[in-house]
Design a protein around this ligand. Structure first.
Ligand SMILES: Nc1nc2c(ncn2[C@@H]2O[C@H](COP(=O)(O)OP(=O)(O)OP(=O)(O)O)[C@@H](O)[C@H]2O)c(=O)[nH]1
Ligand SMILES: [Mg+2]
Length: 308
């Protein structure tokens, strides 16, 4: 049943590449993956460090197939979760045919940007850059380009793109550039794929997005979502899902539930609305809250949540 979104068809196309998107938290990596794939593949929020997995979105064109690998934003912190997320980003970089480095035109490059540029310096032969948020009121390209010239001197203007992931400006030229860089090879996924994520994972991510977008002040990083059970009902027309929003502390549960259950209801309704657009089945979501103690220091759970 789950195969409905991921039907395979054998195709052999001219070009094929894994493209790893890297950059600071909140630079717009997930927004760009969604725009280029034409579907919501990765969740987005104004809170930094939203992405916690290497999420694949797929672009199919006449010329071939690009597998975009969205990665967690790189942030200097020795906290366990951050280290784990950085490892994920490192692995995506090592495995990629092309590395697409995103910078934010509305922020002057600082110390953290120096660190990322240093990490990418040895990869300049397979590097492209997108300077994002060019639609922003205080967007300034020249300062970012100067920074890149200093830190990544081998990066040519042909591989440096000005874009807005929000309105799509410049993304056509960016895609053309990525296809130009891509090596020849067979498609790795059928043409009707736009992501390789399984259904329970996508459901958990959509719920997490709705929760963090509503609780951003109160509970920025202390939530995860566990899809505990799924079952097809009504002759396969409906998917019943039981999911838990899991907080770190018992005392945080109340915020997720809200006054008279208003918050969890809003999260459930918003998640169901999104899921309706994505899946062919009706979704019935039984959404609950529980606390699980200090999950950010639980190695087994971190491994499960970040996929490694
Ligand atoms: N103005 C403007 N805002 C953008 C653009 N791209 C992304 N954003 C906003 O920036 C915020 C962060 O976007 P994300 O796509 O979640 O950023 P990310 O790089 O995936 O962040 P992490 O997953 O935390 O590393 C959201 O509020 C987006 O709406 C853009 O081109 N222009
Ligand atoms: Mg993201």
């Amino acid at each position: 049943m789950y195969d409905q979104i991921n039907q395979t068809s054998q195709t052999s196309q001219k070009k094929s590449a894994f493209v790893a998107l890297v950059g600071r938290p909140s630079v717009g990596k997930s927004t760009l993956v969604n725009f280029l794939c034409g579907a919501k593949v990765a969740i987005v929020s104004a809170v930094p460090q939203t992405t916690r997995n290497a999420i694949r979105g797929i672009v199919n064109r006449e010329q071939g197939q690009l597998v975009l690998v969205d990665t967690p934003g790189r942030h200097d912190s020795e906290k366990k979760l951050n280290k784990k997320l950085r490892e994920l980003s490192d692995r995506a970089l090592d495995e990629a045919d092309i590395v697409l480095y995103l910078l934010d035109a509305t922020r002057a490059p600082g110390h953290e940007e120096d660190g990322i540029a240093a990490r990418l310096a040895p990869l300049q032969n397979r590097l492209a850059v997108a300077v994002n948020k060019m639609d922003g009121k205080n967007a300034a390209y020249d300062g970012v380009r100067e920074f890149l010239k200093r830190r990544l001197p081998d990066l040519t203007d042909e591989r440096c793109f000005k874009i807005s992931a929000l309105n799509g400006e410049g993304t056509g030229s960016l895609l053309d550039g990525l296809y130009k860089m891509a090596p020849e090879g067979p498609a790795l996924y059928g043409e009707d794929y736009y992501t390789d994520q399984d259904v329970p994972f996508r459901i958990a991510e959509i719920i997490r997005e709705k929760a963090i977008n509503r609780l951003r002040e109160e509970l920025p990083h202390s939530l995860y979502v566990d899809v505990a059970d799924t079952e097809f009902r009504d002759e396969g027309k409906k998917l019943w899902v039981r999911a838990f929003i899991v907080t770190e502390r018992e005392s945080q549960k109340g915020m997720v539930v809200g006054k008279d259950g208003a918050m969890i209801k809003a999260i459930r309704q918003a998640a169901q609305k999104d899921m309706k657009k994505i899946f062919d089945w009706k979704i019935e979501l039984d959404l609950r809250v529980k606390s699980s103690g200090d999950w950010r220091h639980n190695d087994a759970l971190l491994k499960r949540l970040t996929g490694r």
